[in-house]
Design a protein around this ligand. Structure first.
Ligand code: NAD
Ligand code: UDP
Length: 343
């Protein structure tokens, strides 16, 4: 199988390219490198001993997509390319709708012209909005669409469009994968998350504190109705997530008549901010100083997945522990304190 991976140089994309190559698939990447480095793909190639066709282009560029699809036959597309900073999306909604929604439309039109109708789309648990505690763990059937940011709305909009497309053309094979909180890195420590500037997310912030690049972590609230008062999330190792994409492609390939899948990719385990801090300290052997500060506006107290649907259909499950997630993040952080920018 030859897979086109949009946004393949990014955090989840690079780990997924590695899993695809290791499972014998061929990979073409299209990426504009707005939030990534070509170095990630160099390292994936050296880790796997296999080559990737890399095209530097924007998914909103119809001509560039035409060129990609007129090359070697593409069997399926995994669509990671998009912007993901929730706060930035509030300040720049048009930028987010253009990249995430219009970019997906341009891609779908190019796929249609090229007669490629197998798509895996990166959605997000943010489509569930603010889940009521009685809906935890979150099943795919939980209410969606009461979104709190343009980022989340962009994901929900694309999910809806894909459902409409499949209803009109049921021969399409589409998976809408709702990721929970991807963290960790490949166990080699050669590829990992490479945030630019101050990280918004917990795990990269914790690892920068552990290595001394930042003095302390601010924990956003300790008065939530959770086991220790701090926010609870479903952290999933990025390699488990990557392997979930390979399993999804195999599932779609075995459904030639068409399919619309909607799946949570998570572990089913909720971990608090303090659970992450303590586990990281143990895994790294470094202290993670912190202070409790007020809640972050818009934060949800707790959410975690019911991953049973993905387990049943894909014969896949997340196997790596929070300890693995912290140890692998630390290995990557310690070996690449400046990310890909300085080797
Ligand atoms: P990332 O920013 O590391 O990767 C995205 C990649 O897409 C980058 O390489 C970037 O350069 C590229 N890109 C962005 N806009 C593009 C465009 N218009 N044309 C071509 N390339 C473009 O992000 P990630 O964490 O790997 O996330 C991948 C996908 O998964 C995104 O769609 C994101 O919204 C979704 N997602 C991520 C998370 C998370 O916490 N990381 C959670 C849920 C969903
Ligand atoms: N968090 C925190 N300090 C930080 C970053 C995050 O306390 O510097 C908390 C946040 O309030 C949430 C959890 O860590 O409870 C996960 O936050 P993240 O931004 O990584 O994921 P999301 O909230 O988008 O699920």
């Amino acid at each position: 199988m030859h897979v086109l991976v949009t946004g393949g140089a990014g955090y989840i994309g690079s780990h997924t390219c590695l899993s695809l190559l290791e499972s014998g698939m061929d990979v073409t990447v299209i990426d504009n490198f707005c939030n990534s480095s070509p170095e990630a793909l160099q390292r994936v190639q050296s880790l796997t001993g296999r080559s990737i066709r890399v095209i530097e282009a924007d998914v909103r560029d119809a001509e560039a997509l035409e060129t990609v699809f007129s090359g070697p036959r593409i069997d399926a597309v995994i669509h990671f390319a998009g912007l993901k900073a929730v706060g930035e999306s509030v300040a720049k909604p048009m930028l987010y709708y253009d990249n995430n929604v219009a970019g997906t439309f341009t891609l779908l039109q190019a796929m249609q012209r090229a007669n490629v109708s197998t798509l895996v789309f990166s959605s997000s648990a943010t489509v569930y909005g603010d889940p009521a505690p009685e809906h935890l763990p979150l099943k795919e059937t939980a209410p969606c669409g009461i979104t709190h940011s343009p980022y989340a709305t962009s994901k929900w909009t694309v999910e809806r469009c894909l459902a409409d497309l499949h209803a009109a053309q049921p021969e399409w094979r589409i998976a809408r994968l709702r990721y929970f909180n991807p963290v960790g890195a490949h166990s080699s420590g050669r590829i990992g998350e490479n945030p630019s500037g101050t990280p918004n997310n917990l795990m990269p912030f914790v690892s920068q504190v552990a290595c001394g690049a930042r003095p302390k972590l601010s924990i956003f609230g300790d008065d939530y109705p959770t086991h220790d008062g701090t926010g609870v999330r479903d952290y999933i190792h990025v390699m488990d997530l990557a392997e979930g994409h390979v399993a999804t492609l195999k599932y779609l390939a075995s459904h030639p008549q068409g399919e619309l899948l909607t799946l949570n990719l998570g572990t089913g385990q909720g971990c608090s901010v303090l659970d992450v801090v303590k586990t990281f300290e143990t895994a790294s052997g470094r202290p993670v100083p912190y202070e409790i500060v007020p809640r972050r506006p818009g934060d949800v107290p707790a959410y975690y997945a019911d991953p049973s649907q993905a387990q049943k259909l894909l014969h896949w499950r997340a196997t790596r522990s929070l300890r693995d997630m912290c140890a692998d993040t630390w290995r990557w952080q310690a070996a690449n304190p400046q990310g890909y920018d300085h080797r």
